[in-house]
Design a protein around this ligand. Structure first.
Ligand code: SF4
Ligand code: SF4
Length: 319
C-alpha cells in the first residue's frame, strides 16, 4: 500500500501505456489501475488487458512499482489461460536437457523459443558464425517461464525459475537474444527469488559493443521492432543507429490472442512507421513480437535480428 501511495496522479504513465492507448479508459491506464489496487478491487478487463510491458514503471517519476503489482495480481486469474498453458507446460516439462555441472564456467547463449523453434535455420547459422569467435554453449529449449508468471501460474513458474537459476548462476556469462527472456531474468526473477547478481547480458549489445559482429545490410535498410521488454529494461539503446519504432506491437505475450481488436489498434502506428520508413527488411528479437509481426506482414517477411549479423572480420573482407 505504501508504494501505491506514492502515486501523485501526474499521468506520465498514461502517455506510454498501450492498453490505455487502445481503450482510452482511465480504468485501463496504469494510474487507474493503481487507484483500483488501492481500493482493493482490480479485476476483469482492467487487470487482464494489461500487456505487462513494464513501460509504466520505467517512466514513473515517483517510482511506483505498477508493473510489479500488476504481475502479482495475476495470480487471481490463474485459470484464465489454462487450456493453452496446459499444452505449454507439457511442452516445457519435456525439455530439461541440462544440469548445473554442464554450464559451470561457460559462456551460455540463450536464444529464446521463437528463434530456436520458429527460425531453427537462422539460429543454427548464427551459432555457426559465433563458433569461430569464442567457445560457448547454446542453451536451447529452455523456457524463462514468462508465460506462466504472466498467467498467474506462480508455482509452475517458480519451479522453472529455480532450475534456470541453478543453471545460469553457474555460468561465467549468459548472453540472451530474446528481449522477453532477458526482461524475465533481470526484472522478474529478483521479484520472486532472492539471488546473487546473475552474469546475464543482452546478447546483441555485447556482440556489437565488443566489435565482434556488424550488420550485414545497411542500417538504413533495416527496421527493428524494439521489444517493450528491451526498451524498458534500461539497456543502452544500440538500435538507435537502425530504423526503429519506439512503441508496442500489441502482442504482450498472450494478450494479442485474447484481445485481438485492441492488439490490432495498438499495432497501427508500428505498421505505418515501417511502411513509411523506406526500410527493406523487418526484424525483431522477442518471441511475442514475432507473433504480432506475422499477423501484420506477409509470412516469411519478418526475420530474427540475429539473421542480419555477420562477424566483423567477414564484414571487412566483403567491404
Ligand atoms: S503511477 Fe507514477 S507516472 Fe503514473 S500517475 Fe502515478 S505517479 Fe504518475
Ligand atoms: S505494464 Fe504496460 S500495459 Fe500494463 S499498465 Fe503498465 S504500461 Fe500499461
Amino acid at each position: 500500500m505504501k508504494t501505491l501511495e506514492r502515486c501523485a496522479r501526474c499521468g506520465k504513465c498514461l502517455t506510454v501505456c498501450p492498453s490505455f492507448w487502445a481503450t482510452r479508459l482511465e480504468s485501463c491506464s496504469p494510474r487507474g489501475r493503481v487507484a483500483q489496487l488501492k481500493e482493493g478491487f482490480l479485476e476483469g478487463a482492467a487487470l487482464l488487458n494489461c500487456l505487462l510491458c513494464g513501460a509504466c514503471e520505467a517512466v514513473c517519476p515517483n517510482e511506483v512499482p505498477v508493473f510489479t503489482h500488476l504481475l502479482a495480481t495475476r495470480r487471481r486469474y490463474k485459470a484464465f489461460y489454462t487450456p493453452l498453458l496446459r499444452k505449454l507446460l507439457g511442452f516445457i516439462r519435456r525439455q530439461r536437457p541440462l544440469r548445473p555441472s554442464d554450464t559451470a564456467g561457460k559462456t551460455l547463449l540463450f536464444l529464446g523459443c521463437a528463434e530456436t523453434i520458429l527460425y531453427p535455420r537462422a539460429a543454427e547459422a548464427f551459432l555457426e558464425k559465433i563458433k569461430a569467435l569464442f567457445p560457448f554453449m547454446a542453451v536451447k529449449r529452455l523456457c524463462c517461464g514468462l508465460p506462466l508468471v504472466a498467467s498467474g501460474e506462480e508455482e509452475a513458474f517458480l519451479e522453472i525459475a529455480k532450475e534456470n537459476l541453478a543453471l545460469l548462476g553457474q555460468a561465467e556469462k549468459v548472453l540472451v537474444f530474446c528481449a522477453s527472456c532477458l526482461f524475465t531474468f533481470k526484472k522478474i526473477y529478483p521479484l520472486y527469488l532472492p539471488q546473487e547478481q546473475l552474469p546475464i547480458r543482452d546478447g546483441f549489445s555485447y556482440l556489437l559493443e565488443q566489435g565482434l559482429f556488424r550488420l550485414k545490410v545497411p542500417a538504413s535498410e533495416l527496421f527493428f521492432q524494439v521489444p517493450c521488454h528491451l526498451r524498458h529494461l534500461g539497456v543502452e539503446p544500440w538500435w538507435e543507429e537502425l530504423k526503429y519504432y519506439p512503441g508496442c506491437c500489441g502482442q504482450g505475450g498472450l494478450f494479442g490472442f485474447r484481445y485481438r481488436q485492441e492488439a490490432r489498434r495498438i499495432a497501427i502506428p508500428l505498421k505505418k512507421a515501417f511502411l513509411t520508413s523506406g526500410a527493406r527488411f523487418l526484424a525483431t528479437s522477442c518471441s511475442a513480437c514475432f507473433f504480432r509481426l506475422h499477423t501484420l506482414f506477409p509470412k516469411g517477411f519478418v526475420t530474427p535480428l540475429l539473421a542480419y549479423l555477420e562477424p566483423s572480420e567477414e564484414w571487412k573482407d566483403i567491404g
